[in-house]
Design a protein around this ligand. Structure first.
Ligand code: NAD
Length: 488
């Protein structure tokens, strides 16, 4: 049954010469400390853990592990800065610092993109064209709001919340740091942020930028470590607001931990997005959107379109086009500018994805994968699609967080809305059709925070992003992204 459908006329890859991005301009130290009160310091425990390049399994650097004492130091520094320099400064002055950070990110964009790809495994094309520009854009956008909060919320007297504790995941390390830090600073708060343990390097580079921008000491503190460090931040009594992005499982633990406290919260959690192709859609464009939605960035995207619903009348054609396009994808060195599919972020995540590939086949779904050679070192998963999938299949229900697509068919609009909404998640969705009326009908009935129409995975700092149901609560981005950092 595998490869039953004949490929279209063009199949296979262009034979491209390697085009690796240079690493000559990159400096990564052997060891990094914790950024507390404007300075890098050694962790109290003296413990460090390695950060690995997932494409080669080589050690890039040793990262400090913050314990409760370090968390306490970071929170105290943030509180002192909040009560001191930061709140005494005019909003306009605060804005200047945020603009400065944005400009420094742009100046160092090449370095940041390369470090992001080295540490996280994502193709340089993604980090260079998506992660870093969006990171800078977030700081620029929120810098603009700093002295306009009274206009943003007329007659509501917006006031900063205090010290924000922020914990982020590994899939968009720098971008997630920007989504957290920029609105917090614009609204006059101070910050303690923890990146994920497998991708600390660009957050540390951001700390260096913040130092270079001469931000008053303690306004932003960046501490590294694993779950225990995150829990230390969450449970610290002098934190006023928790901003968390990560898995639904950890989100639930955090919500339990802060229940009954005065801490405000935003939770940006997991997803299992539906991408819906109607028979009247521009099919080539839709196929490209599906590829972009699930395979680029190795499916390490909370809003990845991991469930594809295709109208029955065009199913065979869409499947043929999809398989043909998959076979043209280039998997390999994340630093090569031609690479479409980079490395899986960690050994653990690869094991999780492989577990789901086995479950999918065991449940009777039919698996198709990019036919390619897998590098001997590093963590890799070929782009995969499953057909013969039903609503009850585990691969159609659970977040895999890898380049794995589960395809189902539908006949009517009502059927696909029911199927697409039949999930505990509600982060994002996509719809492909020529008809505007169908788009409006669907977008109003889909229980998802973001619905893209005839496009996918498009981000802009001016538009809010966030989920329904087990995908979390609160919004980041846009005017909505300011509110969680304000009291009225
Ligand atoms: P994760 O939940 O395992 O870890 C996220 C962060 O939480 C890490 O920094 C981790 O060290 C920390 N952490 C772990 N245990 C903790 C605890 N008990 N208390 C406090 N902090 C703790 O998630 P991940 O594997 O890093 O990221 C993948 C998940 O993130 C996926 O589910 C994905 O959908 C989600 N995500 C959501 C969005 C969104 O905007 N909704 C964006 C990106 C990623």
């Amino acid at each position: 049954m595998k490869n039953k459908i004949k490929p279209l006329a063009f199949s296979g890859k262009w034979d491209l010469d390697p085009a690796p991005e240079s690493t000559d301009h990159i400096s990564i130290k052997d060891q990094y400390g914790l950024f507390i009160n404007g300075k890098f310091k050694n962790p109290s425990s003296g413990n460090y853990f390695p950060s690995i390049n997932p494409a080669t399994e080589e050690k890039l650097s040793m990262i400090a592990e913050a314990n409760d004492k370090d968390v306490n130091d970071a929170v105290s520094a943030a509180r002192k800065a909040y009560n001191g320099a930061w709140s005494k400064m005019t909003a306009k002055e605060r804005g200047k610092y945020i603009y400065r950070i944005a400009r420094l990110i742009q100046e160092k964009s090449r370095e940041l993109a390369v470090v992001e790809s080295l540490d996280g495994g994502k193709p340089i094309r993604e980090s260079r064209d998506v992660d870093v520009p969006i990171t800078a854009a977030h700081f620029f956008y929120y810098a603009g709001w700093t002295d306009k909060l009274k206009y943003a919320f007329p007659n509501r007297n917006p006031e900063s919340v205090g010290v924000a504790g922020q914990v982020i995941p590994w899939n968009f390390p720098l971008m997630m740091a920007a989504w957290k830090i920029a609105p917090a600073l614009a609204t006059g708060n101070t910050v303690v942020l923890k990146p994920a343990e497998t991708t600390s390097l660009t957050a540390i580079k951001l700390a260096e930028i913040i130092q270079e921008a001469d931000l008053p000491a303690g306004v932003v503190n960046i501490i590294t470590g694993a779950g225990a460090t995150g829990a230390g931040i969450v449970n610290h009594p002098d934190i006023d607001k928790i901003a968390f992005t990560g898995s639904t499982g950890v989100g639930k633990i955090i919500m339990k931990a802060i229940a009954g406290t005065n801490k405000k919260s935003t939770m940006e959690l997991g997803g299992k997005a539906a991408n819906i192709i109607f028979e009247d859609a521009p099919l080539d464009q839709a196929v490209e959107g599906v590829i972009n939605g699930i395979y680029f960035n190795q499916g390490h995207v909370c809003c990845a379109g991991s469930r594809l619903f295709v109208q029955e009348s065009v199913y065979e054609l869409v499947l043929r086009k999809l398989k043909d396009r998959i076979q043209s994808l280039i998997l390999g060195n994340p630093l090569d500018k031609n690479t479409d599919i980079g490395a899986i972020n960690s050994k653990e995540q690869l094991a999780t994805i492989n577990k789901y590939l086995k479950i999918g086949q065991k449940e009777g779904a039919e698996m198709f994968q990019l036919d390619c050679s897998i590098p001997k070192k590093g963590f890799w998963c070929a782009p995969t699609l499953f057909t013969n999938v039903s609503q009850s299949h585990v691969i159609a229900k659970e977040e895999i967080f890898g380049p794995v697509l589960a395809i189902q068919t539908f006949r009517t609009i009502d059927e696909v809305i029911t199927k697409a909404n039949n999930t505990p998640f509600g982060l994002s969705a996509g719809v492909w059709t020529d008809k505007g009326s169908k788009i409006f009908n669907l977008t109003s009935q889909m229980r998802a925070g973001v619905v893209w129409a005839n496009t996918y995975n498009k981000f802009d700092p001016t538009s809010p992003f966030g989920g329904y149901k087990e995908s979390g609560h609160g919004r980041e981005g846009g005017l909505h992204g300011l509110t969680p950092y304000l009291n009225f």
